[in-house]
Design a protein around this ligand. Structure first.
Ligand SMILES: [Zn+2]
Length: 386
């Protein structure tokens, strides 16, 4: 794919800002618009090599490639105010997935944005496409879960997988990418890798080291569960020890990256301690594969930190963020403030000694276990240093 274009597309429209989730759940759909406003203020949003592209609602037949018609009917009818116990059995009307008027139109448009990104990559119009309003990785074919109604990641990946030999989905949301993993669990032409806070501590309670796929797909689902307190350096150690060798060995034609920002320190729903510097490093490592890249948003419940993280992600995807080694651009933003004047990057957050003592052995044990479970399927030496 040497002739791959260098254009980057950010998929968004004001309509995504005007629709959205109710205030009763912590999933705040204003984050994408806030990221875009910040990029615009900084002059990073568009340029000769990048543009903002508007999505259209996902066609129903595309959504039905993954979700059942019965479920989509239920979503639509619930959105129109109908009450039915069958809906609840499908996860509709739970505290995590409440009923509200836009519960069909908003997820459908967000899914359309991921499909637009997939189209731009498949047609060669873009080499990198980012939908910060996407990333609904928990939804199943007939079940809403974890603030997710329509699984745009699974649907976009399904579409792309038909056009290439090998697709890789990397999920760095703090929650296990369970719905996406299940969609491809028995396939070897789609490899899923999820880094997440361990299901022992966090929703959805799945995604352990021994969950590696089934049948043809055995060795092609990869889970890296991480303990609370996981910090930048140890997270990147795990990414370098597991994901980087697998990217090299699998040689995906296209990479999908779910960039939930809820692994950031201070996220109110989770317990990892990353800064957005770690996200930058992850994105750079994925970009080093030099494959077409579809990035989506995802979770992220500290609204300002999440918006800033996605703004930074776009800057990194465009090769426009400040120098990684420069201290000058790093100091302006405290984790808990909304002052963006000093740049998009978080301050470094060094671990405490206690954090190192509790986190490091657990992460290193997980790395060893995952490599032992998965690497033999890819002719990788599990004992080789990362
Ligand atoms: Zn999440």
């Amino acid at each position: 794919m040497a002739d791959r274009p260098h254009n980057k597309a950010l998929v968004h429209s004001p309509e995504l800002d005007s629709l959205g989730y109710p205030d009763s759940i912590p999933f705040d759909t204003s984050r994408a618009g806030k990221a875009i406003a910040a990029l615009d203020r900084m002059g990073l949003l568009d340029g000769p090599d990048r543009s903002v592209v508007a999505p259209e609602p996902a066609p129903l037949d595309m959504i039905e490639r993954f979700h059942t018609r019965r479920y989509l009917d239920a979503l639509r009818r619930a959105a129109e105010g109908e009450h039915n116990l069958d809906f609840l059995a499908m996860g509709i009307g739970t505290p995590d997935c409440p009923v509200f008027p836009e519960m069909f139109s908003y997820p459908r448009l967000a899914c359309g944005a991921t499909l637009k990104a997939a189209d731009l990559l498949a047609s060669g119009e873009a080499g990198i496409a980012f939908n910060p309003s996407g990333g609904y990785h928990h939804a199943d074919p007939e079940r809403a879960a974890g603030f997710c109604y329509i699984n745009d990641v699974a649907i976009g990946s399904l579409v792309l997988s038909e056009q290439v030999d090998r697709l890789m989905v990397i999920d760095v949301d703090v929650h296990h990418g369970d719905g996406v993993e299940r969609a491809f669990y028995s396939r070897s032409d789609v490899m899923t890798i999820s880094f997440h806070e361990s299901g022992r501590f966090l929703f959805p309670g799945t995604g352990f080291e021994d969950d590696i796929g089934e049948g043809e797909g055995r060795g092609y689902a990869v889970n890296v569960p991480l303990p609370p307190g996981t910090y930048d350096a140890v997270y990147l150690r795990a990414f370098d020890a597991v994901a980087v060798p697998l990217i090299r060995a699998y040689r995906p034609d296209i990479i999908v990256l779910e960039v939930g920002m809820d692994a950031l320190s201070g996220d109110p729903l989770a317990h990892l301690s990353l800064t957005n510097n770690a996200y930058c490093s992850v994105i750079r490592r994925v970009m080093a594969a030099d494959r077409p890249l579809l990035a989506t948003g995802g979770g992220g419940y500290h609204v300002e930190n999440t918006a800033r993280g996605w703004a930074l992600a776009w800057a990194v995807l465009c090769g426009a963020d400040e120098d990684e080694g420069s201290q000058a651009g790093l100091g302006g933003v405290m984790i808990e403030t909304t002052d963006w004047a000093g740049g998009l990057r978080d301050r470094r957050l060094p671990p405490t000694d206690r954090q190192r003592r509790t986190v490091d052995p657990k992460v290193d044990a997980t790395i060893r276990k995952v490599r032992a479970n998965v690497f033999p399927y890819h002719n990788l030496d599990e004992t080789h240093e990362a």
